[in-house]
Design a protein around this ligand. Sequence first.
Ligand code: ADP
Ligand code: MG
Length: 288
Amino acid sequence: MSASDAIPAASAATPQVLLSHHLKALKLPTFLSEYAKLAQECAQEGVDHARYLLRLAELELISRERRMVERRIRAARFPAVKSFDTFDFAVIPALNKMLTLELARCEYAVRRENIVALGPSGVGKTHVALALALGLAACQRGFSVAFITASALVNQLMEARDERRLLRLQAQLAAAKLLIVDELGYVPFSQTGAELLFETFSQRYEKGSTVIASNLPFQEWTGVFGSERLTGALLDRFTHHVHILEMNGDSYRLKQSKSRRRKTAKAEDPAASEAIDPLTGEILKPEP
Ligand code: ADP
Ligand code: MG
């Protein structure tokens, strides 16, 4: 739709109708919703035109920022909706249930403490991180939350640097009340990538909470960041105020697919007493 299509005939339209049209075309929704009320207030207070416009522009800027934050949270695209209601603590006895549920109360975010979830693939690290993130996003305090995998974050930082908008992205990342960095450890970073990630963590130090989920214990992080010095400095800051969720256990995914296979094998051949797991070669005993 071109602007001229929708412009009401000037002769018939009141200035308010035209103004409303133009403000919409200019994408200034707060100007539109606030100008009349603010004009009244400014008239009462004897505020001049320039200051009236200034106030309107400030309101527009503030609400634009708010809309941006909302967009950013949507853009953070939580990969799934997970909560502690659907998390079975019994299958992962290594995980400190008391501590996890205490963290779910969000107080750590007020105190700007960090969390790290450590354990092999499939033990529920992402589930726990998402449950914490969504809990915090939904909490009454309206905290802003960003969820990203470590490699996507590094890619975004590198892209922003190439496009000369790194400072803006870093400011956004530093401003999130909670930044969740998932899957740290699967892909090693380039030197620049590692430095950019280090800067991000460094800028968040004592400003906001960071949750990291990693398949690697701390002593193996050097392999991901490529530099002992950088890793040391990072861990020093990150672990200053940290809650560690040890999640050593068997993969929940693997366990589920094994039990699915057992059920299928039994259904197909009720007489079969055992089956071989095609992934592990393990002999699967039939369920009692
Ligand atoms: P990780 O991030 O450690 O690789 P995920 O969090 O992605 O593991 O878990 C894999 C799948 O198993 C997800 O669908 C998750 O919801 C589920 N899952 C893992 N652990 C549990 C658990 N203890 N209770 C319920 N579901 C679980
Ligand atoms: Mg995961």
